[in-house]
Design a protein around this ligand. Structure first.
Ligand SMILES: [Zn+2]
Length: 275
């Protein structure tokens, strides 16, 4: 039973082919994470979210190395066929020699909602010019991107606010969802929201044990920018249940109007490409 009084949307869910998913669980385990959902694969991930009370989700996939994006996008397309409740964010690796063709196939043939860029894992700065054709194609078709641009939980040379800001300087109309509220530079990412109405921040895994925020900060951000915050669980990369993480965000949203925006309306606007 859901404690949320309406069917909501989850803006940040990872689904991979089983062999990749297992390797991801292994990686987090070896890195000292204690994931709550160790054994869920593919379909059972989405079914669990549905049981929690969601009726729509952004499904994100990303290629850890060159040469596999095409196969991953095809897998995602096949897996999610005939499910309009799932909005698919495909992948391309910056070192893929056929990057433009992969982008075109994902957007035009598979009709994906856009792309997930995981700057940290894919080891690409968001402002890397190799990604320009992707941003251009996404803007041209009124689609969107989800970017892990922040430095947490495993900082490296590819993540950080400035690299992300450079993208908006060049592509100010880009419709983009910043994962994890951009921790640990949340204050910097929040400064973008006024100037760039197409920028949204998601709550995936935040606030949580690894990706934490000072007390009261989420409440303040939601009050100031209720139209640009999107609920996301980060399922299955959570060290607690979907419900316990979700219910903290629900509480932070405080008013019924803002709860509706953050758990449904904002994501629908983001998906639709409308202002
Ligand atoms: Zn994630």
């Amino acid at each position: 039973m859901s404690s949320i009084p309406f069917a909501y949307h989850d803006g940040h869910v990872h689904v991979f082919p089983a062999q990749w998913q297992r390797r991801i669980y292994q990686w987090f385990d070896q890195s000292g994470w204690r994931l709550f959902y160790q054994n869920l694969l593919e379909e059972s991930i989405w079914q669990h979210i549905r049981r929690c009370g969601a009726d729509g989700a952004s499904i994100l996939i990303y290629a850890h190395r060159p040469g596999v994006a095409r196969e991953m996008n095809q897998w995602l397309f096949d897996w999610a066929k005939n499910r309009p409740d799932l909005h698919l964010y495909g992948t391309v690796h910056p070192d893929d020699p056929d990057l433009s063709a992969i982008v075109t196939q994902a957007l035009d043939e598979f009709r994906f909602a856009g792309f997930k860029i995981h700057a940290n894992v894919q080891m690409v700065r968001p402002d890397d010019p190799r990604l320009d054709p992707l941003y251009e194609a996404v803007i041209d078709r009124h689609r969107s991107v989800v970017v892990h641009a922040g430095r947490e939980p495993h900082p490296n040379h590819y993540v950080g606010f400035q690299y992300f800001k450079n993208v908006l300087t060049r592509f100010p109309t880009l419709r983009v969802q910043v994962a994890h509220l951009g921790v640990d530079e949340t204050d910097d990412f929040v400064t973008l929201l006024d100037q760039y109405p197409n920028v949204f921040l998601d709550t995936a895994g935040v606030p949580g044990t690894r990706l934490n925020l000072p007390d009261g900060k989420l409440e303040k951000i939601i009050q100031s920018f209720p139209n640009q915050i999107i609920y996301g669980s980060d399922m299955p990369i959570l060290e607690e249940s979907v419900e316990s993480h979700r219910d903290r965000i629900w509480k932070a949203a405080a008013s019924p109007e803002n709860q509706r925006r953050i758990f449904r309306g904002n994501l629908e606007r983001f998906w639709s490409g409308s202002e």
